[in-house]
Design a protein around this ligand. Sequence first.
Ligand SMILES: Cc1cc2nc3c(=O)[nH]c(=O)nc-3n(C[C@H](O)[C@H](O)[C@H](O)COP(=O)(O)OP(=O)(O)OC[C@H]3O[C@@H](n4cnc5c(N)ncnc54)[C@H](O)[C@@H]3O)c2cc1C
Length: 599
Amino acid sequence: MAEYVAPLKDMKFVLEHVVGLDQVNQLPGWQDLTADVVEAILEEAGKLAGEVLSPLNATGDRAGARYKDGEVTMPAGFKEAYRQYIHAGWNNILSPTDFGGQGLPHLVATPVEEMWGAANLAFKLCPMLTQGAIEAIHHVGPDELRQRFLPKMVSGEWTGTMNLTEPQAGSDLSQVRTKATPQADGTYRLKGQKIFITYGEHDYTENIIHLVLARIDGAPEGVKGISLFVVPKFVLNADGSPGPRNDVKCVSIEHKLGIHASPTAVMVYGEQEGAVGYLVGEAHRGLEYMFIMMNAARLSVGLEGVAISERAYQRALAWSRERLQGRPVGASGGARTAPIVQHPDVKRMLLTMKSLTEAMRALAYWTSALLDRARHHQDEAERKRCQGLVDLLIPVVKGWSTENGIEIASLGIQVHGGMGFIEETGAAQHLRDARITTIYEGTTGIQANDLVGRKVGREGGRTAFALIEQMEAVVKELGAHKNVHLASIGDRFSSAIARLREATQWIVETYPHNPAAVAAGSVYYLKLMGITCGGWMMARSALIAATQMEAGGADGAFLRGKLLTARFYGDHILSQAMGLCAATMRGADSVLAIEDALL
Ligand SMILES: Cc1cc2nc3c(=O)[nH]c(=O)nc-3n(C[C@H](O)[C@H](O)[C@H](O)COP(=O)(O)OP(=O)(O)OC[C@H]3O[C@@H](n4cnc5c(N)ncnc54)[C@H](O)[C@@H]3O)c2cc1C
């Protein structure tokens, strides 16, 4: 298998038919983004992804980022690829227009970002983190910081990082200890250590702008005492150019299971007089600001699950067509040289990969469209409705898609047989790279806590039940068709929805008096919601495909593929809803009964 090929046709189908590009491009400022314009954007992105970033994926994995004396050298070709990437303006498609960005909708940026993640996950992380830092500075300011830092960050001349984690503060950021001491000139001096900082040091650009969580001297303990600071690697001169070196340095980078070309830095602030930092927004509200940014960041990481799955699927499919082994079941006589794609079990693996990837993609894109509507719709009630759905779905997209990404990358290896275990085929890299996605930006356990607690338990399941009702309407539509595949999908989908309703009701009733029981099954519930929402997307996709086929749609084979993939999803994936529902509701007794000492 050569390089990644962007699945443009699939992306276009989802954008135009399943999630409603035509609704997003009616929002103010985006009327020019017609389907043709979006198609042209995706085609261009697909070229860079396939021709420039994808060829560097394996070489970057082998060479890795290299550390020496406080500096990091990126693998051969990465710096030039970054130059091409920013030269073409890809880094600023989501950035604010008032600082030189293109301000495109999330719905358009999402498939583009999927391509970067599929082509080269390690490369993609730098622009993603920069985008997060831009959003934070733009969102909470002050204006002076915006003017000084945003133009160069939006142009890609400087990159950004997110410095949250410390050795004792991982999932629980209330434990952050980095200190910030106010200075007479209004700046702060920061001292402390941050770990696991993605692209904390590299050789792409002349400056790196770190966003750092720290506690101002005398700040209260816990989450309410954390503030957000901008700390540039080089302090700026009066004319805005990089001046003297700040008191922040990268002391090492980690040796990791995957994403070898993404430097993961240990950063030390204030070994001498303290690193110069500028307060972003108001004091003590840093964590709150990070949470505002988190929806987009978690959506991005969820999308990494989709991206890796697509890449692993493409590689496995190509292999299955070339590898000759055995005879198809039921065939007698003849040569034993069937391509393995003909074996039913190999088909099952490929269809598992394909159908889950399609379901996850549609759900991630749909959530992106909701994010756009939540931010830009003219009607306040609609903005609120969409924001509620975004809040509910983000942990699902993040947790479910990344957990699936690992399973799908692993299935990709299985399809390759022994050669999948050998690095040469490239299948193993996808599994190694995918493994981090369920950990950073909040582990799956943290996403599931968020889902069952803040998003379902505390609001009495209001948004979840509204979503379930929306899904039930599609079951009715499926029932109105005579198509045998749609009938089967409708059947499986309707029982998955019933299980989701049952588990949601149980959470709403149990959470107030026994949150630990709910926490014990929270990941199962997250997966149940993921496969059911994914089923909704697949049901919609099947309905559209069947309707277009009946109308004599031009691309019959493509549409038939969509219909049958959705049918597979119903039979093989939605049928898991029963087990997930039972584990959600009945799994707690054993978990909570056993003492820690017995583990
Ligand atoms: C390659 C890489 C890149 C990273 N990039 C960045 C970056 O750029 N910036 C940054 O700030 N950080 C970054 N991180 C840090 C990352 O976000 C954390 O590793 C992650 O949030 C988990 O924290 P932890 O490692 O301390 O694990 P822990 O918090 O110790 O978690 C260990 C286990 O306990 C579980 N757990 C913990 N608390 C709870 C709870 N309340 N309920 C249920 N389960 C719980 C977790 O789910 C997990 O399974 C990166 C990490 C890596 C490995």
